[in-house]
Ligand binder design. Structure first.
Ligand code: NAD
Length: 478
């Protein structure tokens, strides 16, 4: 018997959770349920995180959390409970299998069987955002080497233990050479440790187009957080429906299982919603806790129900479906089919979870880090790049040189184009005058000079070389 923490969530959550728990119980899952309240009620009681201390205690004690979708109220500073849970518990790997159920659920991709492995903690989801000027806001994209290593290793270990043949990586490292570049580099390093598994990298734009067009060419696809968020919904939708896909959020200690869709408030309380996505999440959970036999019984009964044409409204199609049913009736049909195998769809045997080798890579030796300059960001409106450069020319700090000014990343001085749109947000790059080193003292001196001249500096970024290699991008057009 395994005790798990369960949250019934908001909107359609309670209905689909009751349906799923009914199926788990009838299939003989050895589960003790500990229910917690999270989501809308908790938010509206004044708790902006949507979860209280006793709920955290339950999840951390049981280490397995089955969660129905919740509603994040609009505005009011409410934080997404999903993002908070993933990050607090270190659930770094989000696994979303997307498989078509042709010909019983309409899809243009009858052969599709893709598993998206999405990095779950980093990237733009660090949520570090700032308004810096009247016109410009920024969001910090943070990518770490240990973060890349553990998600990429997870993807290869997932492929190895699930007998998958290929791992594909999507990034945009032709533009983001430092952040996405690191993800790609780590992918190449770790891929070399798995010579039996094919590996490839696609730039995300053409990769996404190919995934949407010919998903049967892909097997396991690993990517940073934002791309994975978007493309896992696309993959689920083109496989049939977002209502059919479940997901696992895995960390070293705890794991959370859920449907990929939201709380669909407009469908709530009408016995209409499809419980399949949450059921798929629950099947991933059963495997995770060592109850693969029960998972197999449920998966085959579910496939049998789908191929019998017993469908909820979201996948109902005249001519293919035989009965349009509600949430409860769908669950009853799955329960009725327990012990049966699908006749046309491929019966599945959910294998016991094989231990993965997720030991962290050894820390790289410390690089020789040398300060070589500074980017000072300024807020200044109603000026041209040349005017700004002339003003900055009044600043004299020994050994430093204004080498370039950019606006939104593109070089505007020296030799800018008048066509380039300039906002009130300027990056002024100072480097060493004669290939010498740069010091923190010089940065402070530059800022002091700027203060005297009433420049509104909004932030600085130090420029470093690591083992002689630039740890910063050149200005566009530089
Ligand atoms: P949604 O996924 O809730 O609904 C989008 C549409 O998909 C719905 O109109 C509905 O027609 C359909 N749909 C979704 N699930 C279905 C199901 N099981 N059966 C049948 N049809 C289904 O997305 P949304 O409307 O953008 O978000 C609603 C709320 O859900 C928001 O408050 C959002 O923050 C929250 N949300 C929660 C989670 C989560 O808890 N994991 C994920 C996404 C969104």
């Amino acid at each position: 018997m395994k005790t798990i923490t369960v949250a019934k969530g908001d909107g359609i959550g309670p209905e689909i959770m009751d349906a799923v728990l009914g199926i788990l119980h009838s299939a003989g899952a050895q589960l003790q349920i500990e229910e917690i309240e999270v989501g809308e009620k908790v938010y509206l009681s004044g708790n902006t995180s949507g979860i209280d201390a006793s709920a955290w205690e339950s999840i951390r004690r049981n280490k397995v959390f089955l969660k129905a979708p919740i509603t994040t109220p609009q505005g009011g500073g409410y934080k997404s409970l999903n993002v908070t849970t993933r990050k607090f518990l270190g659930l770094y790997a989000n696994i979303r299998p997307c498989m078509s159920l042709h010909p019983f659920v309409a899809t243009k991709h009858p052969q599709m069987d893709v598993v998206i492995v999405r990095e779950n903690e980093e990237d733009l989801y660090a949520g570090i955002e700032h308004r810096q000027t009247d016109e410009v806001v920024q969001c910090l994209k943070l990518i770490s080497r240990p973060g890349c290593e553990r998600i990429v290793r997870y993807a290869f270990e997932y492929a190895r233990t699930n007998k998958r043949k290929k791992v594909t990586c999507f990034t945009k490292d032709n533009i983001m050479k430092q952040t996405d570049g690191l993800f790609h580099q780590v992918f190449d390093e770790i891929a070399a440790e798995y010579p039996e598994i094919e590996n490839e990298h696609w730039i995300i734009d053409i990769g996404a187009a190919k995934l949407a067009d010919t998903p049967e060419l892909f097997d396991v696809v690993v990517m940073p957080n934002l791309y994975g968020d978007i493309l896992s919904d696309v993959a689920a939708q083109i496989a049939g429906s977002v209502g059919l896909a479940g997901s696992a959020n895995i960390g070293p200690e705890c794991a959370m299982f859920e449907a990929i869709h939201g709380s669909a408030p407009r469908r709530a309380g009408q016995n209409m919603a499809n419980p399949s996505g949450l059921l798929q999440g629950a099947i991933l959970m059963l495997r995770h806790i060592g109850q693969a036999d029960v998972a197999t019984r449920i998966q085959n009964a579910w496939l049998r129900t789908i191929e019998q044409g017993i469908h909820t409204y979201d996948i109902f199609k005249e001519g293919v479906s035989t009965q349009k049913v509600g949430t409860r009736e769908f669950a009853d049909a799955v329960i009725h089919n327990l012990g049966e195998l699908p006749q046309i769809l491929k019966a599945e045997k959910v294998s016991e979870a094989v231990p993965m080798n997720l030991a962290p890579s050894p820390a790289p030796s410390k690089a020789n880090k040398v300060l070589v300059g500074v980017d000072i960001f300024l807020h200044r409106s109603a000026c041209t790049p040349d005017e700004l450069a002339t003003e900055l020319g009044k600043i004299q700090v020994a050994g430093t040189l204004l080498s370039v000014i950019t606006n939104r990343g593109i070089k505007v001085w020296p030799d800018g184009f008048p066509e380039t749109l300039c906002t009130d947000h300027w990056r002024c790059r100072f480097t060493a005058r004669s290939g010498e080193g740069f010091t923190h003292g010089q940065i402070l001196a530059l800022l002091q000079e700027m203060e005297k001249l009433n420049f509104d500096f909004i932030k600085t970024e130090n420029l470093y070389q690591f083992d002689g290699k630039n740890g910063f991008s050149l200005a566009q057009g530089q």
